[in-house]
Design a protein around this ligand. Structure first.
Ligand SMILES: NC(=O)c1ccc[n+]([C@@H]2O[C@H](COP(=O)([O-])OP(=O)(O)OC[C@H]3O[C@@H](n4cnc5c(N)ncnc54)[C@H](OP(=O)(O)O)[C@@H]3O)[C@@H](O)[C@H]2O)c1
Length: 326
């Protein structure tokens, strides 16, 4: 089959269209003819050799796909040949064919294109896990999401609104209006002012209940100041760096804070299946009614995969970058 291969760890130019062995579905797996996949920051790290795939999984990049079932393993009962499905993968999405455990697969809702469906799994599962399972965000509470216009950020804004929470985000200037259009109540240009000042001014010095962060090191002290009593900090990445110096841990005790970290890819399959089921039960009806939308920034042909990676690494996207697999 055709697939995007990584010649060697390095820059986007290392990604080339080539030939790779077609996967065989195990008894509980579906073989899917991939029609669209989408980029994640994790792909750019894997490309650089900094984020190896879990043991035993496909070395090909690609954490999500949308496509058509061409073969169902003999123990599969939910889907059959011809069904249109989408879902999260441990790897192997940048390919003509991919296998997915059938309980990780979701039926594509009526009216949703393959490109839109491919833009959903990773970011909505991550945001649902962060807000609902880890952050325990309640109706009427306040949420602060950094990188509000990122794939995960755009999903988190919409999910938080569906959960009836108040949403504050940080983003660069060009992306602020998009965050407001998606439902954020307050969008802060973090490059212009310390976000802590803006968050405290907007919340009458009360702060937020839940904070989802991907930047880490340089944001940590401000994050702690932005959280109110019993607040929850969910750390999902370290885009700004992983170290914090000269921090007084007594701030965490005094505010009774919970500080959590998570990576979705390292979770067990059972965990991911349960998350897929809960997320889809909550979110798919919103996709059908149009109250939540997959946010597709751009669609690249998969032959332009290097260009798509450069685009993401230049922080140009608002929402997801999709690859059309032809
Ligand atoms: N732990 C998990 O389970 C998990 C799962 C999925 C994703 N993630 C992580 O979540 C993050 C978002 O992923 P994504 O695919 O949605 O990303 P994305 O769409 O590529 O967006 C990332 C955005 O973050 C902002 N940014 C980048 N570097 C920054 C820095 N040093 N300081 C402040 N802002 C910065 C940029 O927006 P601005 O222009 O606004 O600065 C950039 O466009 C990534 O770090 C990814 O690795 C974690």
């Amino acid at each position: 089959m055709k697939a995007i291969l990584l010649k060697q760890p390095g820059g986007p130019e290392q990604l080339v269209l080539g030939e790779y062995e077609k996967p065989l579905p195990k008894p509980y797996e579906l073989l899917v003819r991939v029609q669209a996949t989408a980029l994640n920051r994790a792909d750019t790290l894997q490309r650089q050799g900094k984020y190896p795939p879990p043991k035993g999984e496909s070395p090909l990049l690609g954490l999500e796909v949308a496509g058509e079932v061409v073969e169902a393993g003999f123990n599969c009962t939910h889907f059959q040949k011809g069904d249109k499905v989408f879902g999260l993968l441990p790897g192997g999405g940048y390919a003509e064919y991919a296998v997915i455990h059938e309980e990780m697969a979701m039926a594509i809702p009526e009216g949703l294109s393959m490109e839109a469906a491919a833009a959903i799994p990773e970011v909505f599962l991550t945001a649902f896990q962060a807000l609902v399972w880890l952050g325990k965000l309640q109706a009427g509470e306040r949420l602060l999401v950094h990188a509000g216009a990122s794939g995960v950020g755009t999903a988190a804004i919409q999910l938080a609104r569906a959960l009836e929470a108040e949403v504050l985000v940080t983003a660069s200037e060009r992306k602020l209006q998009a965050c407001l259009d998606l439902g954020a109540h307050k969008a802060i240009n973090y490059k212009e002012v310390p976000f802590e000042d803006e968050v405290l001014a907007y919340t009458n010095s009360e702060g937020v209940d839940v904070l989802v962060d991907f930047i880490a090191g340089p944001y940590f002290k401000q994050n702690i100041e932005c959280l109110r009593l019993d607040g929850r900090l969910v750390l999902l990445a370290t885009m700004g760096g992983g170290k914090v110096e000269d921090f007084d841990l007594r701030r965490i005790l005094a505010k009774r804070l919970q500080v959590m970290g998570s990576t979705l890819r390292s979770r067990t399959r059972d965990y991911q299946i349960k998350l897929t089921q809960e997320m889809s039960a909550f979110v798919l009806p919103h996709f059908q009614s149009g109250t939540i939308k997959p946010v597709v920034d751009s669609v690249f042909d998969w032959q332009e995969v290097a260009e798509a990676h450069r685009y993401m690494e230049a922080n140009k996207n608002i929402g997801k970058i999709v690859l059309r697999v032809s």
